[in-house]
Design a protein around this ligand. Structure first.
Ligand code: ATP
Length: 349
């Protein structure tokens, strides 16, 4: 956890063996997820995998069919939402449009019986934290979407929550504001040290902000790991295919070594003969009249480019190269593909 020493005041969160059944649908199927104090965990997964259900159960907005929720070692499974001391930011801007910005931020403090001047002081501090101190007296409806989400974040943090819950807080924003606010959320979260669960279906977002990313599939956690580990050592076929781009190349595995495109590379745990999941940046392309592959497309993407090649058996392989190398290649060129000796996961075909 990268929270600055001395600022940590979040609590440990434990979701234990949560199941949630809606009629015939098992939205959660034995989900266990622990967050360390001050940690930001992103829950990532395709639509319908149960991310929002997990967040709503942690918030107390929904009850698990079985399993338990605890925060700071206290069992909260049967504690109502308004007694859980959690700050929340949702996808839709949920401010009161006809209240001023500062009144929006102070709202939760008022509900908690804080007096007017301490409310204003605390709300003002929170607005400064998200960079909106100068807009305190505007009405919420006079702000842009990105500004409104900043206010929502300030409001969620004003009550000094033990846990911060973010449910797709950026998905209504345009690409540039999204990235700015994403970085801002992470900065603020590190500053206040609140344990945070961030639900998103956007993998770049998850990898960019989180201490650890939990990948969910069909109500279960497939892997929980720091972003770089999730990318370089996927534990399951689902994670290998869901996170980042992968080529599927025929491979045989023997004693921890995989043979891929005629090269021996380390096989990750759990590998079985079938298809190796190989990242585009782990493939190099070398001009070779007898190389057995042909360039079919070169796509310039800035400093890096994507080169698509076809093997004699018709398999398409995508390589990512420095543009200076890629732009020497053209569709129709005969090439040889080489796999870097980085570890790969090999999954059954
Ligand atoms: P998305 O990214 O689309 O929001 P999600 O991963 O957050 O998806 P959930 O909203 O947790 O997924 O839903 C998980 C499953 O539970 C889905 O199949 C959904 O249709 C179902 N579900 C969720 N809430 C209810 C409900 N109140 N009644 C019936 N089914 C529900």
């Amino acid at each position: 956890v990268s929270t600055r020493p001395g600022t940590e005041r979040g609590l440990a969160v434990e979701l234990s063996d949560l199941t949630r059944v809606y009629g015939a649908v098992k939205a959660l199927d034995g989900l266990t997820l622990h967050l360390a104090p001050g940690e930001l965990v992103a829950l990532l997964g395709p639509s319908g995998c149960g991310k929002t259900t997990a967040l709503r159960i942690l918030a107390g907005l929904d009850q698990p069919t079985s399993g338990s929720v605890s925060v700071g070692g206290k069992d909260l499974t049967r504690v109502p939402a308004n007694k859980r001391d959690m700050g929340m930011v949702f996808q839709a801007y949920s401010l009161f449009p006809h209240m001023t910005v500062i009144d929006n931020v102070a709202f939760g403090l008022k509900l908690r019986g804080k007096d007017g001047s301490s409310r204003r002081a605390r709300a003002g501090d929170m607005l400064d934290l998200v960079g909106l101190g100068q807009h305190a007296d505007r009405y919420a409806h006079q702000l842009s979407g990105g500004q409104q989400q900043r206010v929502a974040l300030a409001r969620a943090l004003a009550i000094e929550p033990s846990v911060l819950l973010l449910d797709e807080p950026l998905s209504a924003l345009d690409a540039k504001v999204r990235v700015q606010l994403r970085d801002e959320i992470r900065r603020v979260q590190l500053e206040v040290g609140t344990t945070t669960l961030f639900v998103t279906h956007d993998q770049e977002e998850a990898l960019a902000v989180a201490d650890r990313v939990g990948v969910m599939n069909a109500g279960r956690l497939e892997q929980l790991a720091p972003p770089a580990e999730l990318y370089s050592a996927p534990a399951t076929k689902f994670v290998g295919e869901f996170v980042g781009l992968s080529n599927r190349l025929p491979a045989t595995v023997q004693g921890g070594t995989a043979s891929v495109l005629g090269r021996d590379v380390p096989a990750l745990d759990g590998s079985t003969s079938g298809y190796a999941l190989v990242r585009p940046e782990a493939i190099s392309v070398v001009a070779d009249a007898d190389g057995g592959a042909t360039v079919t497309a070169v796509m310039f993407l800035g400093p890096l480019s994507r080169v698509t090649c076809q093997l004699v058996d018709g398999t398409d392989v995508v390589a990512q190269l420095a543009s200076s190398d890629a732009l020497r290649l053209q569709p129709g060129d005969a090439v040889r593909l080489e796999v870097e000796p980085s570890p790969v996961l090999v999954v059954a075909g």
